[in-house]
Each structure stands twice: as structure tokens, then as C-alpha cells.
Design a binder for this molecule. Sequence first.
Ligand code: MN
Length: 477
Amino acid sequence: MPLHLRYVTHSEIGLVRKNNQDSGFASPHLLVVADGMGGAAAGDLASAVAVDTLIKIDGHPESGTMLEVLTSAIHQANDRIADLVDDDLSLEGMGTTVTGALFDGSQLGLAHIGDSRAYLLRDGRLERLTHDHSWVQSLVDEGKISVDEAAVHPHRSLLLKVLNGQPANEPDVTTIPVRAGDRLLFCSDGVCGLVDDPEIAEAMQLEAPEDAVRRLVADAHDAGGIDNITIVLADVVEAESDASPVVLGAAATREIPASSHGTAGRGGGDTDPVEDTVIVGPGAAATQGATDDDDESRYTPQPPAKRRVGRTLAVLVVLVLVLGAALGAGYAWTRTQYFVAAADERVAIYQGLPDGVPGIPLSRVYEIQDLKMASLPPFYQTMVRSAIEVESLNAARETVSALKVTAKRCQGRAPSPTPSRSPAATPGGTGSPAPSSSGATPETTSSAVSTESPPSTSGPGTSSPSAPSTSAPDRNC
Ligand code: MN
């Protein structure tokens, strides 16, 4: 007898961010969470593209296994992101995580890239179904830091792999057999990056799925609510469910520009192209209003080899432009690029492109920082020496600040600066999150509690922050 999914969903800005760059989707056969990132209002576009592309495989079983269908949809989403960036270079740097699963009545085909997560609660035990593609997770895997250290690491949100239009980013895929009584959780790092697994397990054990979602949101708020929060929680049940599809977050509101490369905009080929919103050219992203830059440095320590092909191409393009017109657009563009690297055995911010061409340097030192290379642990030195590419001058300065914190901590003289979580914000009287339950008419949910006030110290019963002590030696030094 085939099993069914009964799901509850929620997506919101959180308490700090200015827009919701998460997207999500839930239907009886498809569950997805995508967490977009990148400056210039592009993160929401990236996650919307991912969800919009995956929706097309919902209820349309094509030839191939669930994993093949999912993988191919993710490749297609990646191609669409690449095409959009190609059309509008201001979108460069946008990317998204994707954690998505098809369900066939007995098992999940799960695909995953980035640091959103899927969890399974079975017989009261919580298990992670996905492995974060984050830098701190790689340090954990190598035994360099502990899981607890990873949870408070200043660079814990940096990703090694996302869907960003680059060719090499393959998702992890796996098949998970499920049983009646299993409970699944798909969430963005606004939840699972702030709430630890034991707390998540506790919330997940609440009998009503709506209560579990409400508790997870409250826990994320208590931890500062510093990121967008998206949750898809699904119970595997025997009873047939009449749940309707739900589109969440940016995917519910963000227009996807039609691409000049023939990949379809929202709605694909079956809508009148006249109705498609066509936003082309620079400035398109700027029309999306202000965004915060908190996610801009999410990819910072990408191994240089990753983007080698794209970077080399960019250098060639820039070179041609520079030769063609000494102060042309290409050269001007290099002036908007920054990276962090070593200069005179100090950490420095460079303007330009790290890969110069012999005889024609494409970068110059912009700021030398008061931070000696020798004060950094070897691992970080290697990173800096191979150049850390960033999206903006601000992101470069943030990276340097983080490096300074690391240097200080590793010298062991200054008191260890525990990256404390923000004091708990007590959800106000009316701020209790209201998860949207499936089973009603098709609905779109975005920013459900966007009117909530930022963390307040005046709320009743403000509980004390419980930042874990990090007195243990930091093996990352
Ligand atoms: Mn996030």
C-alpha cells in the first residue's frame, strides 16, 4: 500500500534580514528547500529559479529513476542560473542551496547541494539525511574542529558548493526508504544553523506537525532569528492526503526574467511569452530594492581551482577589452572586483582580478591591513596566499575582520571571543508564528511574519542567552 505525505510549511524573513531569499515547495510528491545568496538582490532569484525548475518535475514522472529526474532538474536549474548571469553580469555571484526530494509512495529520492538540510525523525531518533557542503563541515570531516566548534565558527556560513551556474557543482543524491510514522524535515540554515540537533529533535517530537514547526521557528527566533527561516515538515502517513501544492518564499513572489538563451522564464513554454516579465540588462537587479549583504561572502574561501575556467575566460575577455579601449568597460569592471591576499607578509585587500596576465597586472593593492600573515594559522595562510575572492569591498573587509578574530583567538593570549548568539528575542504577544497547513486551497506563503519587530530587550520573560563555552582548545589553530 502506497504511503502519503502530510506536510506543514513555513517561510519568513526572520528578525533581521530585509528580504526573504529562501524558497521552498511542498506537494504530495515533491519537497524542496532552497536558500539563495549573493548580493544585488540576486539570491532570491537563484532560489526561485531552483524551485521553479524543480516544480516542473512534480507529478510528471519522466523516464528514469527519481534520482536521475532530480539530478537532471538540478542541472537544468544550474543552466538557467548560468544563462541569467550571462545576460546580466550584475547577477554574478548569485547562488542557491537546494535540498529536494521526490516521493514515490515508498521511498524518497533525495538530492542535495549546499547547507540546507534534510532530517528524518524515526522512532524518536533524529538523523541527518544530508551532509553540509560547508567549509566548517569539511574541517569537521578532517578532524580539525569539533562539531561544537563548527556550530559557533565565525565562518560557519561559508559554502564550498552551491548551485551558481558553474559546471562542477554536482548534488549529492541518495535514496531513503520510508515507513509510516516517519517525520521529515527540510530546512534552511536560518533554522538548522541556529538551532542545534537536540533542540530540533525536541521540537520534532511534538505530536502535531504544526506545533513542531511553531517550536522550530520560535527556537530560531530565540537564537537571534538572524537569517531567513524556511521549513517543510512532512509526516509519512498511510491515510490518503488531499494536500495541495504550496510554493514558499521568494519562489512565490520573485519574477524570473526570461533568458536570451532560450531557457524559459517563469511558466515555461506553456504560457504566453507576452505575459512573461522580461527584465534584461544592468539595473534589473537594482529594481528589486535594498538587500542586506550578509550573504555576500558566503562563498569566500572557494578553492581557486573551482572557478578557474570562468575566471580565465573573464581575464581573457577583460584583456581584450583593455587592449581595445584603454579605459574601456572591461578595465572599469576590474576596478569593482576585490580579493584578499598577501602583500609584504601582511594581509591586504586588492582591487582587480587575482589571476594576472604576464606583463599586464590586473590588480593593485587597495589596502594593506594591520594583520601579519605569520599570525594566522597555516590553514588560513594557505587560503590567503591563494587569494580569497569576494564580491565587494565590504565583503573583503568582513573577511579581514574574521581573519583578525581567528588570529587573535589562535594566539591564545586574548580571551577567546565566543561568537555569542544574540540574546533571545521573545516573540511578542502577536508574534507567534502561524505555520501554514496543507490541505487548503493552493496557497503561496512568503514572509509570513515580516511585520515582526527585531529582537527586543523589553519583551517579557527575556531568557538569558546560553552561548556554549568554548574553553576547549581550538584545534583549528
Ligand atoms: Mn540562509
